[in-house]
Ligand binder design. Structure first.
Ligand code: ATP
Length: 223
């Protein structure tokens, strides 16, 4: 479902004398449907960079990154957008939303854009918001003023509302209390059981031990 072959990445700092920073080289990795792979490595090892490459935000200097049939290392922007719309979800640590859009709509949006009827999408959003303990009185408000943990749960609800073949998770349990952390780990287990291939960064070791089938140490790919 996710297949990386010979991937390398360098950054060129054009505003600093075109300094070249090699970040990783020769990354080969495959993640099967239903498998969860955790990225390990010291700060600066390239975990976030790899996630951004999988998401199609950063180009690779070389290699192939095949995700659910699309080579994101070489795809046209419209192919990347189609992949994100239909086959891949990214739960980042931070919620980025258009101001004034109600929480229920923020969560339902990934379903609405793929043609799910309004009522069905909002019912699915309500179910997830309930599971993640966001009080109903907040659903009609924009999440921009929510607490860090509330925003993270809205982000998680939005990420898990569709059943997609590939998910990227960036510290999905970082600012959560025990009960919500448990819910998120159950959501991850449910996604795996449905066949979703997952790559994640988990600083929470117990969470990592529970949901990850394998860990990949980015030190292996140091450039
Ligand atoms: N946009 C960028 N431009 C230039 N260099 C970058 C950019 N993004 C990341 N880097 C560099 O790439 C290296 C890897 O960074 P990255 O954020 O992927 O590490 P990380 O393993 O996720 O670290 P952390 O655990 O601290 O988040 C760092 O040396 C960083 O300075």
């Amino acid at each position: 479902m996710i297949e990386l072959t010979g991937v390398s990445k360098t950054f060129t700092l054009h505003n600093q004398g075109a300094a070249v920073i090699p970040v990783m080289r020769d990354v080969s990795l495959s993640v099967a449907p239903g498998e969860c792979v955790g990225l390990l490595g010291a700060s600066g090892a390239g975990k976030s960079t790899l996630m951004r490459m999988l998401w199609g935000n950063y180009l690779a200097a070389s290699g192939r990154i095949i995700i659910a049939g699309t080579d994101v290392a070489h795809a046209e922007p419209r192919e990347i957008l189609a992949l994100r719309r239909d086959r891949m979800a990214y739960v980042s640590q931070f919620l980025r939303v258009v101001p004034r859009v109600p929480t229920l709509d923020v969560v339902a949006e990934p379903l609405l854009v793929t043609g799910t009827p309004d009522e069905t999408a909002k019912a699915a959003a309500a179910t997830l918001l309930t599971r993640l303990r966001i009080p109903e009185r907040l659903w009609s408000l924009s999440p921009t003023t929510f607490s860090g943990g509330e925003q993270q749960r809205v982000n998680i609800a939005r990420g898990f509302i569709r059943q997609v073949p590939v998910m990227l998770l960036d510290e999905p349990t970082a600012s959560l209390d025990a009960a919500n952390r448990e819910t998120v780990l159950t959501l991850i287990e449910e996604a795996k059981a449905r066949g979703t291939a997952i790559v994640g960064i988990f600083h929470d070791e117990a969470a990592r031990d529970r949901v990850c089938d394998r860990m990949i140490d980015m030190a292996r790919f140091a450039a």
